[in-house]
Design a protein around this ligand. Sequence first.
Ligand SMILES: [Cu+2]
Length: 240
Amino acid sequence: MPIAALAAGSLAVIACQGDASTLDPAGPRAATIARLTWVMTAAGILVFVVVMAALFVAIRRSSSGAPLVAAPSDARIIVAGGIVLPAIVIPLLWAMTLADIASMATPPSRAVLTVEITGHQWWYEVRYPDLGISLVNEMRIPAGRPVSLRIRSADVIHSFWVPRLTGKIDMIPGRVNEHWVQADEPGRYPVVCAEFCGLWHARMRMEVVAERPEDFERWLAERRSGFAPTLGSLHSRGGP
Ligand SMILES: [Cu+2]
């Protein structure tokens, strides 16, 4: 039993790290989601412990031969734990969730760039409509700046998800979903498809490459001059 607990604890800690861990946020949107996750988890654990303690007391009482008829004082416990506590905790968590959803709806400052991402079975087409640039399975953005995303699909429903930067958003044929993303630091952030979309769904991957703004500007200038290295834009397509 201690070994199992140790193994479970180790796995839980390992899961907090890594390129695709939501518990290791690297942008404001993911940070909000991670904070809400911890608040919800803590509240859930607290309620679980209180309920288990009440259950333990009830079992002790029944096994000691005490009458199972509720005492008058039990009514107060039932009202406090069954009505007052949920009436406080649930609206509180609900209000926090609504506030976080509202805060994530708009970026902290004006988006510096618009990127159109189209899901295909099983790869991503990335277009910069204002810059005339197209990439495959890679999106370059400047770090520390919000980027506006227009998300769509060319075939079936996919779900665009950058675990360390932002939550999931569906890629739906015939519809454009507005989204935004920001990476606080330069780095490479994996993107996964979070909606089963066919046999090669698990291989539908791409990367967000966040660069220092000056490096991003240099990359843009190289692309425009036609001397840009095409590595990145010519990644092999996902699928068979
Ligand atoms: Cu997909």
